[in-house]
Design a protein around this ligand. Sequence first.
Ligand code: GLA
Length: 376
Amino acid sequence: MINEKEYMYKVSAAGRVNLIGEHVDYCGGKVLPAALSLKNTVYVRPNGTDKINLAWTDIPARITLDIGRLGEYRDVKYANYPAGCAWLWQQAGHKIVGCDMLFDCTVPFGSGLSSSAAIEVSTLAAFSVLAGEELDPVKIALTAQQAEHEYAGVNCGIMDQYTSACGKKDHAILLDCKTLEREYVPILLGDYTLVIANCNKPHNLVESKYNDRRAETERALELLQTKADISCLAELTPDVFERLAETIEWEGKVQDRARHVVRECDRVRRAASAMKRGDVGALGELLNESHASLRDLYEVTGVELDTLAAAAQAHPACIGSRMTGAGFGGCTVSIVQKSGVEDFQARVTAEYEKKIGYKPSFYDCTIEDGIIVEKL
Ligand code: GLA
């Protein structure tokens, strides 16, 4: 049990689900994610020393960081993320106040719902609150992304950390990952609701495959730039891409990777407009198309996610389903008629277990704010 009275602040940051716009954030595209009620909470109090004491609700480790040596904890299990965040925040000119921190994470690890972004963002927000600063969620998101690059070795885009920091209750964020301009779009699905399911694939080695895909899109951009004056793949419409594609000598799978990105960016535009006009059917169709493209062109799904999405799509109460996040394992997001959710979960579970041999899990969660600070 956590005794909240022992702490001064409770600072949380959200996990996220991406509705559509997958593997486009690092190509300058727009994405449509939302912050979840699954989150990481940091209970924090100043301790009047030059040390940070770290504790966790779900692991017995207890680690002390010296504020004068924050760059030296890179290889310390569990402590490397908070230490990395503290180090980068300090390097950026912020004061780090000696404190005791207790971490409580309800975002399942390895689920593709951005537990690491939630940990990084809440840690940075906690330091900021303790130092008496006014919160700057965008700056926190950018520093958290840097921590992910340097400490987790994932050359990720900005989507997860931005959503974790800037999410808004009952809204998706239409985020332009090139300019960081954003628009909040209400999630009004009428008789439908979002259902998030984890395929529970074990031992998911996402990092290297993720970085490979990113490198392929960078190569695609170089090749396309020999023919067109563009600064990122997201600037191409599908038609222009196809015309240019015919004139290029492609290598390996690079062409299909770029084709996915360009078409996915177009789907995001259409999905945002479908959401705004309340056309849930059109949105669902775009989710299905996105999954097919991630499976066939971008090749980041795998048999588990494909089976889960196919079982969902086949259910009569479901109008669209796709993998969400980096892929290779993790979660799907489906749009399901509220009255059919129970049957949906039962039939998808049975179908999935029959083919894969173990069950998926479903998360009971809502769309919430990104960072939440409570004075205790
Ligand atoms: C991971 C990364 C994000 C994004 C998604 C794929 O979640 O952290 O930046 O690239 O994969 O859309």
